[in-house]
Design a protein around this ligand. Structure first.
Ligand code: ST9
Ligand code: ZN
Ligand code: ZN
Length: 332
C-alpha cells in the first residue's frame, strides 16, 4: 500500500510539506478575503432549474412507490449504481480532482470519469472549480453554497438561482492548470451531455431490462431517477447538514462538522470538520475506512497499483491541532 505515513516528521517539516503540496492548488482557506460592503445583490431565480428539480423529485417519489414492484436484482443493481456514481463524486471529483489527495492511473481516471457522469453533478472541471472556491472562501459570498444563507440555500437553493458575482470573480482567479491539462477531465467536459444520457439514465435503465427482464418503466424510475436523486441529496447534505449539525473536534472556529449520518450516506464524506481542517488528507478522516467506503476503495486501488501517493496527516499534527483549536469533544 503506497500511503505516505509521515509520523516521523516534525510539525514544521509537515507544515512545510503541506505548503509545498499546496503551492499549485487553491483549496486552502483564505482568511484575507472580505465580503463587499453594501446591500447584497438581489436573488435571481432560474425557473427552469426550479421546474426540472421539482419534476426530478416527483419522479423519484414515484420511484419510491414502485420499489415493491421491482425485482431483487433490480434493487441490488440500483444500490450498485448508487455506489459507483457516489464514488465518481467522492473518490473522483472530490478527493482526486478537487484536492489531489492521491494520484490515479489513467484506467482509474477513466473509470472515475464514467462514474462521475453517472452522478450527473456538473462536469468534473466545473465541480472541482466550485469546490475549490467553497474551501478557499468557505461560508462567505464567494462560496457557491454558503451555509450562512441557511439549510435550503446550501442544500439545493444555490442550484436554483444565479451565483453571487464574487463566486465567479474569485473562481476565475483560481489555479486550475492541473484540471485543464488532464485529458480525462477535458474529454468528459467535451462530451458531458452525451455521457450523462448514457451513464446516468440509459445504462441504469437498460441493464435490468436486458439481463433479467425488468420492465423499462420500473428500472427507469427506480435505478435511474430515484438512485440519481438520492445520490444528489446525500451529496448536498455535506453542504447543508454537515455545515450545521455535529461536533468540531479539530477546529471550533469553523462551521463544518463531524456528522455520522452524512458520513454513512455520503460514503465517508461527513467528517467535515476534519476535512475543512486538513483538506489534503485522502481519507477525509483520521479513522481510515471506518464509515468510509471511499477510503477503502482508494486503499484497494493503491493495493492494485492503480493509485499511489495517498496523502495522510500524521497523528502528531492532528493531536497538536486538536489541542490548539478543537472543541474538546475528541474521544482519543
Ligand atoms: C450538483 C452539484 O448537484 C453538486 C455539488 C455538490 C458539492 C458538494 C461538496 C461537498 C463536499 C464533498 C462531498 C461529496 C459527497 C458525495 C456523496 C455522494 C453520495 N469559478 O454556472 P453559470 C462562470 S449539479 C469561475 O451559468 P449562473 C462560468 O464558467 C446538479 N467561474 O452561473 C460561466 O462563464 P462563461 C445538476 C465560474 O448564471 C459564468 O460564470 N445540475 C464559476 O450564476 C456563468 O456560469 C444543475 O442543476 C466559478 N466557481 O447560474 C445545473 N461559476 O460564461 C446547475 C460560474 O465564461 N447549474 N462561473 O462560460 C446551473 O444551472 C447554473 O450554474 C446556476 C448558476 C443557475 C446554478
Ligand atoms: Zn464544506
Ligand atoms: Zn473538499
Amino acid at each position: 500500500l503506497s500511503i505516505r505515513h509521515s509520523s516521523d516528521m516534525t510539525e514544521t517539516e509537515l507544515a512545510d510539506n503541506h505548503a509545498k503540496a499546496h503551492a499549485s492548488r487553491d483549496d486552502v482557506f483564505d482568511p484575507t478575503y472580505k465580503e463587499k460592503e453594501g446591500p447584497k445583490p438581489p436573488l435571481n431565480i432560474v425557473w427552469k432549474n426550479v421546474f426540472l428539480m421539482a419534476l426530478l423529485h416527483l419522479g423519484a417519489l414515484y420511484g419510491v412507490y414502485l420499489i415493491p414492484s421491482a425485482s431483487v436484482p433490480t434493487l441490488l443493481w440500483s444500490v450498485l449504481c448508487y455506489t459507483v456514481s457516489a464514488l465518481g463524486i467522492t473518490a473522483g471529483a472530490h478527493r482526486l480532482w478537487s484536492h489531489r489527495s492521491y494520484k490515479a492511473s489513467l484506467p482509474l481516471r477513466i473509470f472515475l470519469g464514467l462514474a462521475n457522469s453517472m452522478a450527473f453533478q456538473n462536469d468534473i472541471y466545473e465541480w472541482a472549480r466550485d469546490h475549490r472556491v467553497h474551501h478557499k472562501y468557505s461560508e462567505s459570498d464567494a462560496d457557491p453554497h454558503n451555509a450562512k444563507r441557511g439549510f435550503f440555500f446550501s442544500h439545493i437553493g444555490w442550484l436554483l438561482v444565479r451565483k453571487h458575482p464574487d463566486v465567479i470573480e474569485k473562481g476565475r482567479k483560481l489555479e486550475l492548470k492541473d484540471l485543464t491539462s488532464d485529458p480525462v477531465v477535458q474529454f468528459q467536459r467535451k462530451y458531458y451531455k452525451v455521457s450523462v444520457v448514457v451513464m446516468c439514465f440509459m445504462v441504469p435503465m437498460l441493464v435490468p431490462w436486458y439481463f433479467w427482464g425488468e420492465s423499462l418503466w420500473v428500472s427507469y424510475f427506480v435505478s435511474s431517477l430515484l438512485r440519481y436523486t438520492v445520490v444528489l441529496n446525500a451529496t448536498w447534505l455535506v453542504n447543508s447538514a454537515a455545515h450545521m449539525w455535529g461536533n468540531r473536534p479539530y477546529d471550533k472556529t469553523i462551521n463544518p462538522r463531524e456528522n455520522k449520518f452524512v458520513a454513512f450516506s455520503a460514503l465517508g464524506e461527513g467528517f467535515h470538520n476534519y476535512h475543512h481542517t486538513f483538506p489534503y488528507d485522502y481519507a477525509t478522516s483520521e479513522f481510515g475506512c471506518r464509515v468510509n467506503l471511499t477510503t477503502g476503495f482508494i486503499d484497494l486501488m493503491c493495493c492494485l497499483g492503480l493509485a499511489s501517493d495517498a496523502k495522510q496527516v500524521s497523528r502528531d499534527l492532528i493531536r497538536t491541532r486538536m489541542h490548539r483549536t478543537g472543541d474538546g469533544t475528541h474521544r482519543g
